[in-house]
Design a protein around this ligand. Structure first.
Ligand code: ADP
Ligand code: ZN
Length: 188
């Protein structure tokens, strides 16, 4: 594939858990399909929340996705058929390595539309690599809020419940909830 004169576009959908990132990603990809664009969708293989072969939102919407272990595998799956793909969706971007940033730049220079969804902060409230760098190179950033389960305010944080301090612990129900800045307790 060669560099095209048509610029692509990087869109990043971010915010805490339950903010509707997957819903918005699915919505955009479905609309791209309605527009007869050829869409490919990927997610990391340790997000097995609801489906192994689909993106799923907490409201049970789904869209078929290809599961990959890392950016190297994403590249090896995508590049052989890159000329057949116009729109690339990536869910749970925070679980990919930092090579996702340069790979996204490469894809946008091939004229692709890349839509990434991912957490902007960890459950300790710190920036969650590589999402901050994706925000920096994006054409459009959509920052969504959830609803604080404590007070009903807009929630920007993901509260980890319980004491296990592993950063990567996906999807176990009741382990995380959305909290506003006032109700967030990262030290718990
Ligand atoms: P994300 O990908 O950001 O984790 P999803 O798209 O998977 O979010 O899920 C969003 C959906 O989660 C909402 O439409 C709503 O049905 C549900 N939901 C559950 N708890 C909350 C909450 N505290 N705030 C907002 N939405 C919530
Ligand atoms: Zn609150």
């Amino acid at each position: 594939a060669s560099v095209t004169s048509h610029p692509g576009r990087i869109e990043v959908i971010t915010g805490p858990m339950f903010s509707g990132k997957s819903e918005e990603l699915i919505r955009r990809l479905k609309r791209a399909r309605i527009a007869k664009r050829r869409v490919a969708c990927f997610k990391p293989d340790f997000d097995v929340r609801y489906h192994r072969t689909a993106i799923a939102s907490h409201s049970a919407q789904t869209l078929d996705a290809i599961t990959v272990a890392n950016v190297a595998e994403l590249r090896s799956v995508l590049m052989p058929r890159i000329d057949e793909v116009e729109v690339i969706g990536i869910d749970e971007a925070q679980f990919f390595d930092s090579a996702l940033v340069s790979f996204s730049s490469e894809l946008v220079h091939l004229g692709k539309r890349i839509i990434l969804a991912g957490l902007d902060t960890t459950f300790t409230g710190e920036p969650f690599p590589p999402v901050p760098d994706l925000l920096a190179i994006a054409d459009e950033v959509i920052k969504l809020s959830a609803v604080c389960v404590c007070c009903g305010s807009p929630a920007i944080h993901t509260q980890r419940l319980g004491s296990n301090q592993s950063l990567v612990l996906v999807g176990a129900a009741g382990l995380y909830e959305a909290r506003c800045r006032a109700c967030f307790q990262p030290w718990v």
